[in-house]
Design a protein around this ligand. Sequence first.
Ligand code: GRF
Length: 214
Amino acid sequence: MSIRIAVLASGRGSNLQAILDAIAVGELHAELAGVFSDQPQCAALQRVPQSQRWAASPKKYSDKTAFETAMGDAIENARADWIVCAGYMRIIGPDFVERFNGRLLNIHPSLLPKYRGLHTHAAALAAGDTEHGASVHFVSNELDAGALIAQTIIDILPGDTPETLGARLLPCEHGLMIAVLQLAANNRLRLIGAIAHLDGHALLKPLRLDCASQ
Ligand code: GRF
């Protein structure tokens, strides 16, 4: 039986598209449970049929917890096994994290623990780093700080701007996301305590995945 993946997205949804493409070509043995969004007008939603969309503006709920409870109920109704934050631009609250703990992943465009939050490409350039990358981790209650699973790394080139760096990283992010979901689909990934495990081995350092498109 293949796993069912729920994708949380707020924007363009290129990571979602990478997941859809990997499923379509049989590279990822999974089904899309649905796309869940806090931005009813976002482009990500347009990538899937209406029947696979759930979106609501958090402003319509009494508070963040009420919004996340509704979204969580929809995710459960869609029978999702794994939930992936792929460009979901809201900080997730503790009730939602607890509800889906161990099956909630995030992709973040930096080599965590460096550069949590926004503007990661600019931060890497401003720090004079020679390498940059993206990380997939389990979501915890601390922003961009949950158990690391895997990272993809690219060189920073002379003349790079936040835009060129981000554009070069994006296809590598997609590959990273798919690779981690393949591990999940093959039942190889677990969160035990605060540490990710692969085949029962603690990932004390994240897996490093080379990026073929670099
Ligand atoms: C990606 O860079 C992801 O790492 C970050 O937000 C961006 C989302 O892109 N969290 P997309 O919406 O998947 O195209």
